[in-house]
Design a protein around this ligand. Structure first.
Ligand code: ADP
Ligand code: MG
Ligand code: MG
Length: 898
């Protein structure tokens, strides 16, 4: 196996498509080199190398030799030699996994500087200050990444070696009255390096290595180990990235943005990642290196004049400061967009006016930006419709269906603070000051806003739990801003006038102090922070979104239906594109629909002691049920409506409080004791697996019959009125075809009656079942003998396959996810290991019996992106979900089809 792949000077051994092997960073460095962009030469050690190293604690056979050879090649391309006292080459060791994990792993710069190579580099560059600056940075990074984190040392907050070294720097700054890092002289930096080395020895007990090869190999090892660092592990868990992938390690010749005022470093997006606007957007710092821009140490400058903001308009843009280099980088932008056909997130460094590209990747963006970019690029002919459809993810679409701060409410409020609009949308919540608290409060069901001094990737879990993130420092391209945007989170960074007191858990601004638990509202689109809770509005009325969804609908093959009962929901669902109802739950008509009469009649029926009583009660109930169904069938007109017969255990409908039992007794004209006695007789120890669904119809056929009659009669009445109702009768909780046969017999009898009595030719209806019990799924070839359609009830199917109660799993699910026992919550996304194959098999079997078997899904999964895509692959006819999830289902269906 080849473990090492070189790149540089217009060529590369690897390519952009090899992300699995080379990691995203390595693959794109190779690709940029191939398309002729100025990439400093270097090589990538593959993720296989990392995986091996993680398993064996050592490098695979031959890898070391390959590294030596690749280093020699790099030296040749660069005309320098690693570790050479006269003409030393320095390198960076950079992590980079398959999927971008911004800031979650480690990188070490300036590797190769030692007491032996320092004089040579000073001689060569004639820039003493620069060399000592590079050296002190190497020591800082090396101590932090290689000597502490990679060794698994986890000091308390503030006690990290990094913080201790920062303190030394701050002390000197204070002593000498310096404002920033750039005020340090060469001598200061030299002295600082000595102090650093002493501190490291004192705190960590070992020497900072002065041998170049030792530095290199330790740095490579540390990069590999950073795959299992705390942040990286948390981030993977949240993003569902497998632990087995590993990171690549990119060893790349250093170029220097800290060689003086003609040098610089920057980060940019080829379009605005927050809004999608087609403007080159970025931040840069003169005389700076690598992390400076993203770390929020100095306030970065804007890239160009076009994109200055309120906060940075007084700072010089790159366009003004280095017009020629700026033009070069605009060319690079155009080349990259044309090549990748997507917005790119880039890192560049300028060394004495010469531009170098250090990274490119597809940029993370907000939902709104994703939509705008897709539609713009389509108009620019940069991408076609099929590609456009894939450019908005389910989560991004979901985010657009989420609220904004109501402009009216906002007009009346005064911001208490202002920062950079890093992640748009609106949010309110109680403020907390640590990541741990955010997680804790979130688990208690609270809405929180995480308030931090600076954007810090260590906070990922808290960021994830928070409704929104607010920081006092940092820029738009800071790691946390990037992460927040990727998640579509409302986020404001760099709100400079916030004074955070972590000990007291307070934040003050303009003389006012707020404590933990106080409520803030954030407008992440503008960067405004308000005290208290402001009203929110809905963002769906966006014409561009409508255009996009029209394209989406042209490509999908799956139909989409909704789960709905009320006229209101049904109308909403039609607006969201519903092509029918996939689940109308009969029992819902007994709650919250205005009149209490139907519920009373149902209770009367349930508490009946014999068939006669029950039939009498059912007759009374009948017109209510029929009218409710009729109304729904009428709204849907010629679109299908799947009506599920009564599903829950009957006991659920009986009143439990003494008060209500008394009232019912009075209304029924019997005594309370009788009500209680009958109700107790219905009590079950495990009602969800008890006397419910089809089982009630089997034991009390008259209950099933009344419902079936209501459906068919409602349809008959509509037919007579010239409509075309399409009811589908669905039997729940079945496990055997004989149950279906018994129900079908009732349907056939009622059908004859109703058609004759109405004097019509026929009613177009289908008869089918939910498949929600594993036994039914396994015996689906038999079920399909009688059922004309299957609707997979994946909530129960998941519940019964896992043996996890849907209502009780909150107590352990988090632990299951935290400890990677399960990759994700199976109630959100179909379990691809058990449920999905079971369904796939079941559909196949069903269709061997009945080739035109109609298949749908009506569980929560019907509105979940990956689950919908599965349904497409498994040959479903439709998915059904709640009205608000419909756009997501449509999008996922289209993405599965293109
Ligand atoms: P991350 O994944 O955290 O962004 P990177 O590997 O991209 O880490 O490196 C961090 C910073 O160091 C980036 O800003 C990058 O531009 C800079 N950097 C990395 N390698 C080099 C190099 N060879 N020369 C100059 N700067 C570099
Ligand atoms: Mg980094
Ligand atoms: Mg980077």
């Amino acid at each position: 196996t080849q473990y090492v792949y070189t790149f540089g000077e217009g060529t590369a051994e690897g390519r952009g498509a090899q992300k699995n092997l080379l990691g995203g960073k390595g693959a794109n460095l190779a690709e940029m080199a191939r398309i002729g962009l100025p990439v400093p030469a270097g090589f990538t050690i593959s993720t296989d190398g990392c995986v091996y190293y993680m398993k064996h604690g050592d490098y695979p056979e031959g890898m070391e030799q390959e590294v030596e050879a690749a280093l020699a090649k790099t030296e040749k391309l660069m005309g320098m030699k690693y570790g050479d006292p006269e003409n030393p080459l320095l390198v960076s060791c950079r992590s980079g996994a398959r999927k971008s994990m911004p800031g979650m792993m480690e990188t070490v710069l300036n590797v190769g500087l030692t007491t032996k190579t320092i004089p040579g580099l000073i001689e060569k560059t004639g820039n003493e200050r620069f060399v000592w600056d590079a050296y002190r940075r190497l020591i800082q990074m090396f101590a932090d990444v290689v000597m502490e984190k990679a060794e698994g040392i986890e000091p308390d907050e503030g006690e990290e070696i990094r913080a201790q070294l920062d303190n030394i720097m701050d002390e000197i700054k204070e002593q000498k009255g310096y404002e920033g890092d750039t005020d340090f002289s060469a001598d200061d930096l030299k002295e600082l390096s000595e102090k650093f080395k002493k501190k490291i020895k004192e705190v960590l007990g070992s020497e900072f290595p002065d041998d170049p090869k030792e530095q290199l190999w330790q740095a490579i090892g540390a990069v590999f180990k950073s795959w299992n660092g705390k942040r990286a592990v948390s981030y993977r868990r949240i993003e569902g990235i497998p632990d087995e992938w590993g990171t690549a390690c990119n060893v790349q010749s250093m170029v220097f943005g800290n060689m003086g005022d003609t040098s610089a470093t920057g980060v940019a997006f080829t379009r605005n990642p927050a809004t999608g606007e087609n403007k080159f957007y970025g931040e840069w710092l003169p005389n700076a290196q690598g992390e400076d821009v993203v770390a929020g140490i100095r306030t970065p400058n804007p890239l160009n004049m076009d994109t200055k903001s309120e906060q940075n308009k007084h700072l010089p843009s790159l366009e003004e400061a280095m017009p020629d280099t700026y033009k070069e980088i605009v060319d690079v932008r155009n080349k990259l967009e044309a090549h990748y056909q997507d917005m790119q997130d880039i890192e560049f460094t300028i060394q004495e006016n010469k531009l170098y590209m250090l990274q490119t990747r597809v940029g993370k963006r907000t939902g709104m930006a994703a939509l705008n970019m897709a539609m713009d690029m389509l108009a620019e002919n940069l991408i076609d419709e099929k590609l456009a459809v894939t450019r908005v993810s389910a989560d991004q679409l979901n985010e657009m269906l989420h609220p904004l701060v109501d402009p009216e409410a906002e007009k009346k409020a005064t911001p208490i603070a202002e920062g950079l609009p890093a992640g748009p949308g609106g949010a309110f919540g109680q403020i907390v000051f640590t990541s741990d608290d955010a997680v804790k409060w979130y688990r208690e069901g609270k809405h929180v806003i995480l308030v931090r001094e600076e954007t810090n990737p260590e906070d990922v879990e808290g960021m994830r739990a928070a409704e929104a993130i607010l920081t006092a420092r940092g820029g738009m391209t800071s790691h946390a801003a990037l992460v927040a945007r990727g998640w579509g989170k409302c986020c404001i960074v760099g709100a400079g006038n916030l004074k955070i007191d972590l000990q007291q858990r307070t934040v003050s601004t303009n003389g006012k102090t707020f404590k933990e638990g106080d409520v803030f509202t954030l407008n992440g689109t503008k960067g405004y922070v308000y005290e208290g809770e402001l009203a929110m509005i809905d963002a769906t009325e966006n014409p561009r979104l409508k255009d996009f969804m029209a394209i989406v609908d042209r490509y999908r093959k799956l139909k989409v239906r909704t789960n709905a009962e009320t006229a209101e929901d049904v109308k909403l669902a039609k607006e969201f594109g519903a092509e029918g109802i996939g689940l109308y739950r009969t029992e819902h008509m007994f709650y919250g629909k205005g009149s209490e009469k139907p519920l009373f009649l149902l209770r009367k029926m349930i508490l009946s002691v014999n068939e006669d009583e029950r039939r009498a009660a059912l007759d009374e109930l009948f017109p209510h049920v029929k009218d409710d169904i009729k109304e729904t069938l009428e709204i849907l007109d010629d679109r299908p409506v799947t009506i599920r017969l009564l599903d829950p255990p009957l006991h659920e409908f009986v009143p439990h409080s003494e008060e209500n039992q008394k009232r019912l007794a009075e209304a029924l004209n019997i005594d309370v004791a009788t009500v209680i006695k009958r109700s107790n007789a219905l009590r079950e120890s495990n009602p969800m697996m008890g006397h419910r669904g089809v089982r009630v119809g089997i034991t009390y056929p008259e209950i099933a019959e009344a419902q079936i009659r209501a459906i068919l009669q409602a349809a008959a009445e509509l037919i007579k009125a010239g409509k075309k109702p399409r009811p589908e009768i669905m039997i729940p909780v079945t496990c055997d075809v004989k149950e279906l046969d018994i129900m079908k017999q009732i349907v056939d009898q009622v059908y004859e009656d109703v058609v004759q009595a109405a004097g019509i030719d026929k009613i177009d209806y289908d008869f089918g079942t939910m498949i929600e019990i594993p036994r039914a799924a396994m015996l689906s070839d038999q079920m399909a003998q009688t059922a004309q359609f299957f609707s997979f009830g994946t909530n129960d199917l998941t519940q019964m396959t896992f043996g996890f109660s849907r209502d009780d799993m909150v107590t352990f699910m988090n632990e299951y996810l935290d400890r990677s026992i399960l990759p994700r919550d199976p109630f959100q996304t179909l379990d691809m290991e058990s449920i999905a194959p079971m369904i796939e098999d079941s559909v196949k079997k069903g269709r061997t019996t009945r080739p035109d078997l109609k298949v749908g899904i009506c569980g929560e999964h019907g509105g979940d992106g990956p689950s919908v895509k599965f349904c497409h692959r498994a040959g479903f006819d439709y998915v059904s979900c709640s009205p608000y999830r419909l756009p997501i289902a449509r999008l996922a269906a289209a993405q599965a089809a293109v």
